[in-house]
Design a protein around this ligand. Structure first.
Ligand code: TXA
Ligand code: MG
Length: 311
């Protein structure tokens, strides 16, 4: 990996694109200070220009240089959860060009914990702008093979470190407007955030700045996804007369050819979710039926991704 990291740094310095593993999902990285490189990044994904990207850094200190104001709550969350699967939205400093913020006055910052991401960021020594390494609107890539499937040669280099351990994108907290607001649930839960902050998270309100990735349909397979309560699974399968692919907790049903049985533990479920959706998408059935997990706080991030996949 050492030699590959060296090559990856060269690619980034030359304005190229490097796909790299993080603990959440794979990212497609570019030098966050290089306008042309970031433009290539948007083109590779097919991502609209108004859609901001997260700047990844090797340390909290390096990350906070991208913000003009670091409220105590940001320091508290950083001390507790960085390096790790948390993104903070702060008011941007001069360093954060409008080409990474999507023209917004804020910037998204994250210090990942994956050893390969850390090595890369330390060796590069500057911020790396990285959205998830998938085509715009598709589910995130959690393996190097998924990255290649979506982006092919559009990434100049793909660092392969096996499946992403968490499997869904980072928790995003907006701290740019006084109160802490949860924009995207993730492995770091609401309860953990509130514990660290010593206060409740605020709900998103109308005055909140647009959150482009927050639109309902995002993270979606091509096959329509239908969420079904456990007691409705049987009739939903019958209604599709076998032309269904199923993601469920229960044992496979004989009528269904493509069936993936998921773990009842929310973390293990999240880790497998995107690979499972991609696999069922490949089956080319009329519909993917997803048996709904329990309505419990520890399933919040999974529910969020399933809602978007089905929107
Ligand atoms: O786990 C992750 O966060 C992965 C890995 C690679 O770090 N990255 C990721 O990036 O999921 P992306 O671009 O696919 O999703 C980032 C989300 C988008 O919905 C974007 O709108 C939001 O973060 N975001 C980034 N900067 C923002 C800002 N300044 N204000 C509001 N939302 C922001
Ligand atoms: Mg994404």
């Amino acid at each position: 990996m050492r030699d590959e990291i060296r090559r990856a740094v060269e690619v980034l310095r030359a304005g190229g694109l490097v796909a790299f593993p993080t603990e959440t999902v794979y990212g497609l990285g570019a030098d966050a200070s290089n306008r042309a490189a970031v433009a290539r990044l948007y083109a590779a994904k097919g991502r609209p220009a108004a859609h901001p990207v997260i700047v990844h850094c090797a340390s909290a200190e390096a990350a906070f240089a991208w913000a003009r104001e670091v409220p105590p709550a940001a320091r508290r969350l950083a001390a507790r959860f960085w390096p790790g699967p948390l993104t903070l939205i702060l008011r941007r400093s001069e360093r954060a060009g409008d080409f990474v913020t999507g023209g917004a006055d804020t910037v998204g910052l994250r210090v990942p914990s994956h050893p390969v991401a850390r090595e890369l960021l330390e060796a590069f020594g500057a911020g790396v702008a990285a959205p998830s390494a998938n085509l715009y609107g598709r589910v995130s890539a959690t393996t190097a093979a998924h990255v290649r499937e979506d982006l092919a040669e559009r990434a100049d280099l793909v660092l392969d470190a096996g499946p992403s351990p968490i499997g869904i994108e980072s928790t995003i907290v907006d701290l740019s407007r006084g109160r802490a607001v949860l924009l995207r649930p993730g492995a770091i839960t609401r309860v953990q955030l509130e514990e660290a902050l010593g206060e409740r998270l605020a709900e998103r309100d109308e005055a909140a700045p647009p959150h482009p990735g927050g639109q309902a349909r995002h993270y979606a397979p091509r096959t329509p996804v239908q969420r079904v309560a456990p007691h409705e699974l049987d009739s939903a399968i019958a209604a599709l007369a076998g032309d269904a692919a199923v993601l469920a907790f229960s044992r496979p049903d004989e009528r269904v050819e493509y069936w993936i049985r998921m773990p009842r533990d929310p973390e293990r479920y999240a880790q497998r979710l995107y690979a499972a959706l991609r696999e069922l998408d490949e089956a080319g059935c009329a519909r993917i039926l997803v048996e709904l997990p329990p309505e419990a706080p520890e399933w919040e991030a999974v529910h969020d991704r399933l809602r978007r996949a089905a929107a």
